[in-house]
Design a protein around this ligand. Structure first.
Ligand code: SF4
Length: 393
């Protein structure tokens, strides 16, 4: 007699923070391409209204897969430079999110913008559209380093942009900084952190400059140009920037992100907790959960082809199934970057409990029973810690 195959085990219940929904909207236009940037960006003019219509068409098509979810807690306009998108178009997208998947009353709605491109009219338009947070691509307050990074703005533009935002009541500002440029000293990196503090912005993201192969910096590096500070100096810069921000009350809550208490980004937390992500626009990525795992999609990057497809009801995308094992590994990877640590359920303990115990023995992790947290020593070698936890199962 044929045996009935055993049913697969029930997937573990999701932690509460993963049962949330975010919306990401990619706006691929920038006025110029920075030499270190490998994002999906075009410098060719984009028809703002047509792009709006395409994004809304894609949203309506995808929303059918996101029924029976709680309303979105975050809408994030990234790019590119969505700060250059007509604020009315952006507002129409926000309204369409509310109409389809729903929008929580206190949802975080963020727009990335560049200093030097923030106008009073845009600031007012964002406010009217319901935007309540601006992520400002400051990168440095030192004009010589801004020039090195190929940025169009200068330090004075940063202060003017922040003043314009505050005048319309947009005080929830995140300042993005980059450190590790060749020629930058530790004191200069600290100076940038101190200048960021002095703006009063409640959130700071700080990234080390990385050289991506398919960029102008990548080309120049292959030709032998030195673009990065020395390795030892990079670690010193990061530690000094961290100490400066912390001393000023802007506390790190993840390897690259710091905030005054209560101003941590909702958007970032969704990524790190593997909540579902409705990604829209050319080059956008999204994630939908399924039984035990989920699926990721990546939209085609070409803006014109994206618009043609979305407006004709065709989604140009690549879809990749993500199984439970991969998802669990990725949870370790992102969870250990967070100061709050990784919520540990029975599934993670079965998969990686051995590796975690070894990392605890080395002083790299703490195990509070329901969370694994990287210690300061562990954070300094985080890639190694993650590999050992994941590989030792
Ligand atoms: S402004 Fe930002 S997205 Fe645009 S090219 Fe520069 S780094 Fe890339």
């Amino acid at each position: 007699m044929a045996r009935t195959p055993p049913s697969p085990p029930e997937p573990p219940p999701l932690p509460a923070e993963a049962r949330r929904l975010g919306v990401y909207v990619h706006y691929p236009y920038c006025s110029a391409r920075c030499p270190y940037c490998d994002f999906t960006v075009t410098t060719r003019a984009l028809d703002d209204d047509r792009y709006r219509d395409a994004v809304i068409a894609e949203l309506r098509a995808r929303a059918r897969d996101f029924t029976e979810r709680p309303p979105a807690v975050s809408v994030y306009f990234g790019g590119g430079t969505p700060g250059l998108w007509d604020p009315a178009a952006l507002g129409a997208v926000i309204d369409a999110v509310a109409d389809t998947v729903g929008l929580a009353a206190d949802a975080e709605i963020t727009v990335e913008a560049n200093p030097g491109e923030v106008t009073a009219a845009h600031a007012l338009g964002w406010r009217a559209a319901g935007v309540n947070r601006i992520s400002l691509g400051v990168q440095s307050f030192a004009d010589q380093h801004l020039a090195f990074l190929g940025r169009a703005h200068r330090a004075a533009d940063v202060h003017a942009a922040i003043a314009a935002l505050r005048r319309v009541g947009l005080g929830e500002i995140s300042v993005d900084l980059i450190h590790g440029m060749a020629g930058q000293t530790v004191a200069e990196a600290v100076g940038d952190a101190a200048a960021a503090l002095a703006t009063g912005a409640p959130h700071v993201s700080t990234y080390q400059l990385t050289i991506e192969a398919r960029t102008r910096f990548g080309l120049w590096a292959r030709r032998g140009q030195t673009l990065l500070a020395e390795d030892g100096l990079l670690a010193e810069m990061y530690a000094a920037v961290q100490a400066t921000l912390e001393a000023g009350g802007v506390r790190f809550y993840e390897i690259s992100n710091a905030a005054r208490p209560g101003h941590e980004a909702v958007h970032n937390g969704l990524y790190w907790s593997f909540a579902e992500y409705l990604g829209l626009g050319a080059g956008a990525h999204g994630f939908r959960r399924g039984r035990g795992g989920g699926a990721r999609w990546a939209n085609g990057k070409h803006p014109q082809r994206y618009m043609e497809g979305a407006l004709a009801g065709r989604l140009l995308q690549e879809v990749e199934a993500v199984d439970a094992a991969t998802l669990a590994e990725e949870r370790v990877l992102t969870g250990l970057r967070r100061w709050a640590g990784l919520p540990v359920d029975a599934d993670l303990r079965v998969r990686f409990g051995g590796g975690a115990a070894a990392a605890v023995a080395r002083g790299w992790l703490t195990d509070d029973g329901d969370r694994w947290r990287a210690t300061p020593a562990g954070r300094a070698v985080l890639d190694r810690v993650v590999l050992e936890v994941v590989a030792a199962r």
